[in-house]
Structures are given as C-alpha cells and as structure tokens.
Design a protein around this ligand. Structure first.
Ligand code: KG4
Ligand code: ZN
Length: 411
C-alpha cells in the first residue's frame, strides 16, 4: 500500500452544513445485499424519505441470503421503491439534484441492479451520478443523524467500528475540505460479527436473520451459562510498534505501519456447534426449526416459547462474548490511537446489549460514542445519499462506464 494518511488534526467540524452550503436533494439507491433501498436526503442532513423493501421472507427458508434471488428481488422492487421515496419526499425525478448509488462492497449481481437503474436515471435526466462505498454509508448514517438533530461539534480523530453481516472493520476517519478519508486499523480475519450471529441462529434452529432474534432472546438467558474462549489474535505489529510520541497517527505512512486490532469469529461458531453436539441438543433444534418453519412470520414470543433454558443460556452467553470482544477491541484501538470520538454502525450496531455496553465502557473511558438510530443501523439508502453529499460538493461524479466492485475497500 502506498497511500499516505493525511495529518490528523483535532478540530471542531461545522456539522450544520446548511448554513454555508447550497441545498441539494440527493436520491440515494442501495441494493448491495438483501434490502432494496431508496431515499431522498437534503444536504446530507435531513431525511425527506427513506424506503426499504426487505427480502427477509424470500431468504428465510434458506437461512441466509441467496445471491441470485436477491438480484431478482431488487429488480422487482427497485422501481416502486424509488417512486415511493420520491413521492414521500415531495420530489420528482426532475427535481432531485443528483443520484447516488452503492458501488460496493456487496453481492455483485445485487449491486448491478441498483447501479444500472441509477445510471439509466442519471443518463435520461442528465443529472450527476455519485458512487458511494457501502461502508462509508454506514459511517455517514451516524453523521446524518447528528446533523439532523442539530448536534454540535464532532471532534477528530474519529474511530469508526463498522460491524455488519459482511464486515467487522475499524477505521480512523477524517475530513478535509469535504474529502473524507479512512484508514483501516482492524478487520475480521474470517467471519464478520453479523455473520456469526446469523450462523449461530441457524445452527440453533432460530431462523433468519439471526442478529435481531438472538438480541431478543438473550435477555431471557444467563449470559454466564456457557463459557466461550475468544480467539486471541497475535499482533506482532502491536508488540513492536506501540504508538509513541514519535509515531502519532498523522505520521503513519501506510495502514500497515500502526497497531492493528483484528477480529475473528469463526471459532465461536465452531464452539457453539461443539456445545450443541456434546449436550445432545440436535433433536430439540430440529423440532424447533420445523415448528418455526410452519409459522409464517414468527414473533419473538413464538421463538421464546420454543426455546428451553439451555438454548436461552447459550444465546445469551454467545451474545455476551461477542459484545465483550467487539467493545474491548474497539476501546483498546481508541486508546492506542488516542481518538476523541467513537462511531459504531452497521447492522450489528442495532444490538441492544452492544449499545449499552459501549455506552457504559466508553463512558468510563471518557470517550463519546455515537450510533445511528436502530432503523439507520441496518442497510438503507439514506446513509448512501448522506455519504454522497460531500462528494456532490466536491463535484466528485462518476462516468457512465463505472461498475460494481464486490470487494471494494474503503479509503
Ligand atoms: O448492515 P446490514 O444491514 O447488512 C450488511 O451490510 O451486512 O447488517 C446485517 C447484519 C446481519 O448479520 C444481522 O443479523 C445483523 O446485521 N443484525 C444484528 C441485529 N440487527 C441486525 N445483529 C445483532 N443484533 C441485532 N439487533
Ligand atoms: Zn450494510
């Protein structure tokens, strides 16, 4: 990697951009995974509409997202979802100032539906087209709501934990003249945290997506009922390259330079499987899977009724272990890089125990922590339209030959 991290400055950022910048209505489109989203956001700070068509019912029988079905569902939903977003915002195709779309990361076929549609619109309407990284969208969900609530200053350096079904990433984020840049200082070595929630829920016959279900069940179990060991990842860089006075963040030359805080969640999934096998839980799990399969839209109460104490303890212990690992690593990174603000975003940021634990632990560290509302934590297009606004101000538009980037990195 050859890029150089711009010097990090600690400064108060004028988040109320409307005072100094023109109004711009951006139509955002998001189709990276299993939600078709369209939204209109004014000047990166006011949501005029935010429509999400969920595909949960389509993927539920498979216990996970089936890529081809996701593309087909996006194709079906995209036109009505965009129309609804415009209508709810009191806007028309002609009145929006730009069209923003998720370029990646995500499922290639799913991304292509949103991109093709956004391109066609931009071409026909002769409007600028803005490509947005989905992970940047998750980070800007926090900023959007901060601006919307008129919350004052944002202090840099900012550390952002993006924790979703596909990612568990830590970024140092900064902005200079509307140019946001991101520095990756941690990532999962295998499964993402949301993926672990989904796989464990599937393993326990609880349904899909697993995160919200385990979130709902965990308060009913004993979080100390089952002991899990978290993978201890060796960080030679952290041993050898502690940040000292001579090595402040702004002086790091590459992402590899500084200490890293990686995650690993495939081990805990295997540990849950081993527990299920040694405790002879498989027959009960199959019964539950069948019973839930017979209910069209199972509620938390339906699922609770079908769970014994051992399953509830297992779910609670799994969640507690995941939450502790995410919180402890993010806070260790925050201390090491001496950040002044912490963002936590992405689908898993909707988790109530995660939010409460972050608030408690970061509070003890004197570190302000911000989350999107639970609705803006999971995939949506408002975050894409919000992330597009600084690019709009910079005139950072894409040409008509741009394409999806399934493995797109955030820089
Ligand atoms: O950000 P997102 O909507 O899509 C991706 O970009 O991946 O995140 C979806 C992930 C899923 O793995 C889902 O199980 C998890 O977020 N999730 C949760 C909760 N709500 C969604 N995980 C834990 N607790 C929740 N309340
Ligand atoms: Zn996401």
């Amino acid at each position: 990697m050859s890029s150089v991290l711009p010097v990090v400055k600690t400064f108060a950022c004028a988040t109320n951009t409307a005072n100094i910048m023109p109004d711009a209505h951006i139509l955002g489109i998001e189709t990276s995974c299993d939600e078709t989203g369209a939204a209109v956001v004014r000047s990166g700070q006011r949501i005029l509409s935010n429509v999400v068509a969920s595909q949960i019912a389509t993927h539920q029988p498979y216990g996970g997202v089936v890529p081809e079905l996701a593309s087909r569902e996006h194709l079906r939903a995209i036109v009505p979802v965009v129309r609804q977003a415009l209508a709810e915002a009191g806007q028309t195709y002609a009145s929006v100032d730009a069209i923003a779309v998720t370029q990646g990361p995500g499922l290639a076929g799913a991304l292509l539906v949103g991109i093709s549609f956004a391109k066609a619109l931009a071409f026909a309407l002769e409007k600028p087209l803005i490509a947005v990284n989905h992970l940047e969208g998750h980070i800007h969900a926090v900023l959007l709501e901060q601006r919307q609530s008129g919350d004052a200053d944002l202090h840099f350096p900012v550390l952002a934990l993006v924790v979703s079904g596909g990612h568990t990433h830590l970024y140092l984020a900064q902005v200079h003249e509307n140019l946001w840049s991101y520095w990756n200082i941690g990532r999962t070595r295998d499964d993402a945290a949301g993926e672990a929630f989904d796989k464990v829920a599937k393993l326990l016959g609880l349904g899909y997506p697993g995160g919200p279900i385990i979130d709902g069940l965990a308060p009913h179990g004993d979080p100390h009922g089952v002991k899990f060991q978290m993978a201890q990842i060796k960080h030679p860089d952290r041993r050898n390259q502690k940040l000292g006075d001579q090595k402040k963040v702004g002086q790091l030359r590459t992402e590899e330079d500084g200490p890293h805080f990686d995650f690993s969640y495939s081990g805990i999934k295997t540990a849950v499987l081993r527990y299920v096998e040694t405790q002879n839980m498989k027959a009960a799990i199959e019964d539950r899977r069948r019973a839930l399969g017979g209910i069209e839209k199972p509620t938390l109460e339906d699922t609770l009724r079908l769970c014994d104490r051992q399953t509830l303890n297992l779910a609670a212990s799994f969640q507690r272990t995941m939450v502790n690992d995410l919180v402890m690593k993010a806070l260790a990174a925050a201390r090491e890089y001496d950040v002044r603000t912490l963002f936590v975003s992405g689908g898993v940021a909707a988790n109530r125990e995660l939010r409460a634990t972050f608030e408690r632990e970061a509070g003890m560290q004197g570190l302000p922590v911000f989350f999107p509302s639970r609705a803006l934590s999971t995939d949506n297009a408002a975050m894409i339209a919000a992330a597009a606004f600084p690019k709009f101000l910079r005139g950072e538009f894409v040409a008509m030959d741009f394409s999806a980037e399934a493995g797109m990195a955030l820089r």
